[in-house]
Design a protein around this ligand. Structure first.
Ligand SMILES: NC(=O)c1ccc[n+]([C@@H]2O[C@H](COP(=O)([O-])OP(=O)(O)OC[C@H]3O[C@@H](n4cnc5c(N)ncnc54)[C@H](OP(=O)(O)O)[C@@H]3O)[C@@H](O)[C@H]2O)c1
Length: 221
């Protein structure tokens, strides 16, 4: 497949890049630091906080799928998930690319956003501790980031593209297992953690699976 991988120097992004190259896909990487890519990878340089629309359109034109591991590396990147994803979706619409797979986070189904001001109080997949303790702690700690991801999800749902939103819980740097669980429209019971490599593996798989279009997918080990 012809794939465009956004944020290919990030944790999930680099895993998607390495796995896509190993599988023989034709990859374009959208990154702000091309020096951190392996040699020979086609790169489009873009700071997605203020991306040049023409550069982004050239990066996604002709792509069978655009996969994004975009998220804030530090406080300086606050708001980047929504801002950058808006720019990517606009570039895809302009260039006629349709398939978009993005990473969000497990708690976002219960986070209010402009398009979903009254989300459900609980995710149906969350068990007692997640529901009543951990999700509240995480939401207090990551309030601004989760608001950015919830807005990103609004933008993706409203994009008119063939989208898939993947919601992992805590990420680890453990190696690929390929034995993760997924569920449409909910988190996974007891799903506390998942390797970045497994999330990347699923995002690549989902890109080629039409039944994941317009689905929010929970994933966990
Ligand atoms: N950490 C967790 O446990 C957890 C759990 C659930 C969900 N998530 C979500 O999953 C996302 C991905 O996780 P990760 O560990 O792969 O994140 P990461 O390693 O921090 O990667 C974020 C990527 O976004 C890129 N980026 C940030 N600002 C940018 C900008 N202005 N222009 C262009 N690129 C920009 C970074 O580029 P550089 O490489 O150049 O810095 C990096 O490639 C997180 O951001 C979060 O929203 C995280």
């Amino acid at each position: 497949m012809k794939l465009t991988i956004v944020a290919a120097t990030g944790g999930i992004g680099r895993q998607m890049l390495d796995q896509a190259l190993a599988a023989g896909h034709d990859v374009t990487a959208v990154v702000r630091s091309p020096g951190r890519l392996p040699g020979g990878v086609r790169a489009v340089i873009a700071d997605l906080a203020a991306a040049d629309p023409a550069a982004l359109e050239s990066a996604v034109a002709g792509a069978d799928a655009v996969l994004s591991g975009l998220g804030p590396r530090s406080r300086a990147d606050a708001g980047i998930a929504s801002r950058g994803t808006r720019a990517i979706a606009a570039a895809m619409s302009a260039a006629g690319a349709r398939r978009l797979v993005v990473v969000s986070a497990a708690p976002i189904g219960t986070v209010a956003s402009p398009a979903r001001p009254h989300p459900p109080r609980h995710d149906p997949g969350d068990a007692f501790w997640m529901r009543h303790v951990l999700s509240h702690v995480a939401k207090a700690l990551f309030r601004a980031h989760y608001a950015d991801l919830a807005l990103m999800e609004d933008i993706v749902r409203d994009s008119g593209l063939d989208w898939t939103i993947v919601r992992p819980p805590r990420l680890s740097d453990k190696p690929l297992t390929g034995t993760y669980r997924t569920a449409y429209g909910q988190n996974l019971p007891g799903g506390w953690i998942v390797p970045r490599a497994d999330v990347a593996h699923y995002m690549l798989r989902a890109a080629a699976q039409p039944d994941t279009i317009k689905q929010v997918v929970g994933i966990a080990s």
